[in-house]
Design a protein around this ligand. Structure first.
Ligand code: 5AD
Length: 337
């Protein structure tokens, strides 16, 4: 039996071959596509790593209209996508507007497609409102397990509220994703280990890991970027220990490393998120500089090539997390809760 402790010091090549084998056993050669829609870059938070934080006055702000969002989803649905991810800065929309957007999208796609939200920390009641409106999944990275670094970079926010939000999401039945940044300033090897440990203990259904990339208009602008080989190690270790969760090859990885996504498919990543945000907004959603998905009208061609280069095939299936599906069955067979 592998554990974090038996894997943590293994050479990358060994981790890769184990992870690739595990991934193939559970997902064949499939890579699931998620259409990513960056609906607004307005944000009330001041995360020190993030290029769209509230204090960056240089970035032009945008907020897509409800009708525009629905149109984009309709188009992507017709192109074959069966998962939509809505992401924005925090507080860009009212809670009831988001509920309205969710309902409109669900009217178009029904249960044929899954709807994922990535809108930050909200109270339980709001998560419930959105779930009842039809949302299926939620992404909320804990970013770092180091509480001191968390408080420094999240400026005024507490790690506990984020962890509570993750518990709330799971308790409401969301397919829940979390994860962390690799290489925030001051992070040690021990932090890397603890980030993996916390990810495992949260029992997520999906997990996203990406390298920190310094943005010049932030307080961390002159810090070093995260190390890509650690992104590969983390991806492979999580795949080996959690065969049945979805793991994306993050956009930040392919921004930092040439063919970064190809490398991550080789480490057990089975998901990728083509950007379907209208071209005119793309440059303004600059979480970090050089984001690869902004320099092309359609991110899809590049992604398609990387999937093939890794010897994988594109899947337009809804691609629910097997970890979540089996939890649901377990629930039903025990008579629910
Ligand atoms: N570099 C890499 N990733 C970043 N994110 C935000 N800013 C950066 C950055 N400078 C990531 C965070 C967040 C996700 C949406 O984007 O981890 O959860």
């Amino acid at each position: 039996m592998h554990t974090l402790d038996t894997l943590i010091d293994l050479p990358l090549e060994e981790l890769k071959s184990m992870a690739a084998k595990t991934c193939a056993e559970h997902f064949d050669a499939k890579v699931y596509l998620r259409a990513l829609l960056e609906i607004s870059n307005r944000c009330s938070k001041n995360c020190a790593y993030c290029g769209i934080n509230a204090s960056n006055t240089k970035v032009p702000r945008y907020k897509m209209e409800v009708s525009e969002i629905v149109e984009c989803v309709k188009k992507a649905f017709n192109e074959g996508y069966r998962t939509f991810v809505l992401q924005s800065g925090e507080g860009a929309y009212s809670d009831s507007d988001i509920a309205r957007i969710i309902e409109s999208i669900k009217q178009i796609t029904g249960e044929q497609a899954a709807l994922t939200l990535s809108l930050g920390v909200r109270p339980l009641d709001v998560y419930r409102l959105w779930k009842e409106a039809g949302a299926n999944r939620y992404l909320l990275r804990f970013e770092t397990s180091n509480q001191k670094i968390f408080r420094l970079v999240k400026q005024g926010h507490e790690p506990e509220e984020r962890l509570r939000a993750l518990e709330d999401l799971k308790s409401l039945g969301y397919e829940t994703g979390t994860g962390f940044l690799i290489g925030l300033p001051e992070e040690s090897e021990e932090d890397f280990y603890n980030n993996l440990k916390l990810t495992l203990s949260l029992k997520p259904h999906m997990t996203g890991i990406g390298p920190f990339i310094p943005h010049p208009e932030t307080a961390l602008g002159s810090c070093e970027a995260g190390n890509f080989s650690l992104v590969m190690r983390a991806t492979a270790i999580l795949r080996i220990l959690r065969p049945d969760i979805n793991i994306p090859a993050s956009t930040a990885s392919s921004t930092l490393a040439k063919e970064g996504r190809v490398a991550l498919f080789g480490c057990g990543a089975n998901v990728v998120m083509p950007n379907v945000t209208p071209a005119r907004y793309r440059n303004a959603y600059e979480l970090y500089p050089g984001k690869v998905s902004t320099d092309m009208r359609n991110d899809f061609d590049r992604i398609k090539r990387s999937i093939h280069a890794a010897g994988k095939v594109i899947s337009f299936e809804r691609g629910d997390s097997p970890a979540h599906t089996s939890e649901l069955h377990h629930h039903v067979s025990k008579g629910g809760k």
